[in-house]
Structure formats: C-alpha cells, structure tokens
Write a protein that binds this ligand. Sequence first.
Ligand code: 5AD
Ligand code: SF4
Length: 365
Amino acid sequence: MSLVKNLLSQKKWTVNELEYLLTMKDSGDILNLYQKAYEVKKRYIGQRVSLRALIEFSNSCQKNCYYCGIRQENHLSRYTMKREEIVDCLLESYQQGYGSAVLQSGERQDSFFINLVGDVLCDLREATEGKMGVTLSTGEQSEEVYQMWREKGAHRYLLRMETSNRELFKKIHPENDSFTERLKSLTTLKKLNYQTGTGVMIGLPWQSAFDLANDLLFFQEQDIDMVGMGPYLAHHETPLAELGRGFIPDKQDSYYLTLKMMALLRIIMPTINIASPTALESINTEGRIEAISVGANVIMLNITPTQYRQSYQLYPKKSLTSLAPLSLRKAIQKKLDPLGEKLILGERGDALHYTEGINKKEGLR
Ligand code: 5AD
Ligand code: SF4
C-alpha cells in the first residue's frame, strides 16, 4: 500500500501526518484522499444531505473582527428583521420540506435582541409542534442566555473559533476579543447539551498547514458535533485585507485546501455533521457540490429576503439573489442527482455523533 493509503486507513493521526496530507501535491494521492472521504461518508451517513433554511435575520453587530464585512465600524445600512417576518420566512421553508433552520446574525447582547431570538424560538416551536430543528449562530452570550434559548427550543449552536491558534486569533481580532472566553462559551454550550458546532477559516494570512492540521485535532479534542468551515475571502473594506497584504493565499489554493480539510475531517470524525461551505461558491459555482463529494453532509440554503442581502456581505461576491425555498432546494437537488445524493426532507438532521453519544450515556446509566 502507498504511504498515503496507509495514512488514510489509520485510526489516529498526529499533527505532522495531517499536515503532510494537507500539503501533498500528487494528484493521484489527492484523489485517494477524496475517494476515501466519500467512502466514509457513504458508510456512516449514506448518500443523504441534510437541509437547512438559513436566515440572516440581523446584520447589527457589536464586534469588529478584522476580516468581516459587517463589522461594527463599517458603514452600511443596519437591519433587524421583525419577529413575524423571521417566523413567516422559516415557516414557508418548513412547509417546503426544510426540517431545520439556522438563525444567524451579528453578535449582540442587549435584551431586545436576546428576547427577539427567544420569541422567535417560541413561535417556531408552537407552529411546528417542536418538529423544526433550530441551530443558532448568534455569537458569544452568557450561560443564562444560552440556557434560556435552549429551553425555548434551540438545540444546535454554531460558534466558530475561526482558528485554534491563539496567536493567529489575536492577529485577526481586536485586542478585547479573547480566545479563552470563546472557548469557554463552546464548553458552556456542550454542558447545556446543545449539539455543538465550531469552525475555522481556511487560507487566512499567516496561517500554515500546521495550523490547519491542529484545527482538525482541535475539533477531535473538543469532541465537536458539527463543523462549519470555509475559505477566507479578503473583503477590501476590512483591516485584514490591508494588514494581511502579501500573506493572503491565492483563492484557488484556498479552494483546494478547503476541500482537503473537508475530506480529512470526514475521515477523522466520521459521524459529525459537516456543512458544505457557502463561501466556496464565491470561488467556484460548483463548490458546494464538490464539498459534498468529499464528505460534507449538510447544505444550508439562504432564505433571507432579497432586500437584506446587500447588507450581509461578510465576504465579497456573496450571492445577492434569492429564490423561493422550493425552487432553491429543487435547484440543489438537480445538482446533487449526478452524485446519487438525496436531500432529506422533513427531518431535523441531527449529528449521529451527538445522538450516538446520548445513547451511549444512557446505556451507561
Ligand atoms: N471570509 C470568509 N469567511 C468570513 N466570515 C466572516 N468574514 C469572512 C471572510 N472575509 C465567516 C466567519 C464568521 C462567519 C459568520 O462568517 O467564520 O464566523
Ligand atoms: Fe460580527 Fe460575526 Fe462579523 Fe465578527 S464575524 S464582526 S462577530 S458578524
């Protein structure tokens, strides 16, 4: 067996082995990696893709991450959708077969915002008899707030660490953002029994393959249930585009690095949920489908009404057009057909990693 095939069939990996697999250049080796990852996906998850209705319900944010287009200091028109408007959009998707929702926004800790999310959760639970799954992606909050939202029906939470390298984290965030605090939030979410997700950006200035290999091990160490990671895309109206000048990898390189990260993650964590990154589509229109073919199993379709799209440009070339939920999912299914992959309708699409974990815990009792 070749060195790479050997490495791919191991059960445990060192950081240097993962780094090697991320940097290998031989096209035959890379194909082996992709094929192995897809085999693992088929074996553990099947040719199934979980569907999420993603709504970017507010672009108001109190943070100033150096890479993000909607950071507080940027001048853009700020919006927060109304409770009824958010719920109506999500219920329309629910009726069109979306068994799960993702509520995403900038980060705010004021009571208006916290109650808005709480109210939407209550309305959704009531209208769908608790059947629609809900993931929140609303940043760092206190334990009390996480708990209140959990009690009102949120059961998955996505909080990206952006990188597991503390030094790199410091370089891409203002001084008052703390890696330690964010990690604490992640631990709190797990304690509260959320299906817990995190993720990183790939191709950040100063980031090495060693860092990315460590990110993969970080997901394992944290025993994370789901991952959302994607390529970093420099937004010219942000400090990082300037600070990182000369250190930003070529977009095509970030694209392939992202596919390798997806594939390796599927191999080392076969039962977690891995989202196909929307940001890949800004580099290659087929990006999200390619991600499925190397191991991703979740697709988030953006149902945010058109009038808000222009104001939610985290990175450049983020799609501005919106289709109705039904047409959106049909268009994706058509692209998935050649792979033999099926969008799963009407299911919450929980991570096996999480449900199996619960079964194990209950078996111990
Ligand atoms: N390129 C790629 N991803 C970005 N994000 C924010 N800005 C960018 C960018 N310029 C991602 C971050 C954040 C998520 C909401 O969007 O990972 O957690
Ligand atoms: Fe705000 Fe999130 Fe953008 Fe940071 S990445 S500025 S928290 S929206």
